[in-house]
Design a binder for this molecule. Sequence first.
Ligand code: SF4
Length: 480
Amino acid sequence: MTENGKKRLFIKTYGCQMNVYDSARMADVLAPLGYTPVDSPRGADMVILNTCHIREKASEKVFSELGRLRAFKQAQEAAGKDMVLAVAGCVAQAEGEEILRRAPQVDLVFGPQTYHRLPEMVVRAARAAGKGDPKAGLLDIDFPVESKFDHLPEETADPGATAFLSVQEGCDKFCSFCVVPYTRGAEFSRPVAAVLAEARRLVAAGVQEITLLGQNVNAYHGAAEGGGTWGLGRLLRALAEIDGLNRLRYTTSHPRDMDDELIAVHGDEPKVMPYLHLPIQSGSDRVLAAMNRRHTADDYLRIVERLRRARPDIALSSDFIVGFPGESDADFAATLRLVNEVGYAQAYSFKYSPRPGTPAAVEDNQVSEAVKAERLAGLQQLLGEQAEAFNRACLGRRLPVLLERAGRKPGQLVGRSPYMQAVHVSLPALAIQRLKGQLVEVAVEAVSANSLTGRLIVDAEPSHPRPAAPSIATRSRISA
Ligand code: SF4
């Protein structure tokens, strides 16, 4: 308990922005029961691990964290207090029964689609424990027919200048390496009116930039009030009409769902930021087919071309998996060729690692760890050079930056450029509080592969002109 009688709630979030959003909503759901978020599990009345199944050895990391938390729970019990220990998210969905079997200290296990029932679960857990049956009915990993969004309360926390807004969940694509369709369920889009209402509330609370979230966000097809459904492009246009909302982003997209309307909105809606994370995973058509991506490398390149025609300065990002089962040297060379052709501003790349329950995990033509490591190093070198070249092209330019939070160094704020680059700005102490959460102009004075450093511009030159396209000056070739 805190000094004012509130219960302490500690949530540890793993993985993607969807989980960050879900964790904030779990805190909202538990607020009426008196729970208030704290920064440490020590002395907490409830601890939730909101897990992610995407990364390697995800469940082992959860079990090792649960081992650490057992000591905190025992310390609470020794002091005559209780600690509810819960596991949520995609590992909970995929391995719920195993968690209860292997980690008896866990009181609750629930999946991503049922956390609106958390208050009821907490009460049930307490009741069951009171009857000496601490594990009765504490697993809730349904895919309920009703949407959790219909049951969540309005947001309670102060969101700051930027916020996530979940508009779509689940996935029907079934890429052969991915657990999301099994852990998050089928595609679901929130109705247009619910999204607009949440966006207006966020803006009223001070948010200037909203990132729309979905596992497959551009597959959005939300029911509109007048009948029919809207795609993501139309939704972005409606959101752009909200006064006070200055920036819009969305993630994560699938190439197959980049429709004409969505590409056009990048060209004619200035509030839609010139940055897009558009995963391709591999540049080889053979591997893309084995991954069940249902598009070719050429399809992807045509989309990039159309996006650049609509918005010439758009910065592109992607995900890559190297060493997918059966990937040959020639397949990997095709990935490098595609990277050279696109020129990325940033990207995420990983070695393939099997996810239990997915088709690719049981393929017998797995690539050796040594080959995966070598390919990953080559790809990351190329992507790193491209990121640095993209950042270098911003040197000397002025960019609009939304200052979000304190930097690592004293007297520094960090924000994002339109292209998603982190931008560090040193400011006098008096200006820090005033400018946090503000959209300002920054002159870029130094760059690295990962960020920019700049100086606040205080003159009255025209603000936020559409910048010229940063170019990827380096076209490094790593030939196969
Ligand atoms: S589209 Fe994305 S979320 Fe869906 S299965 Fe493929 S990788 Fe997973």
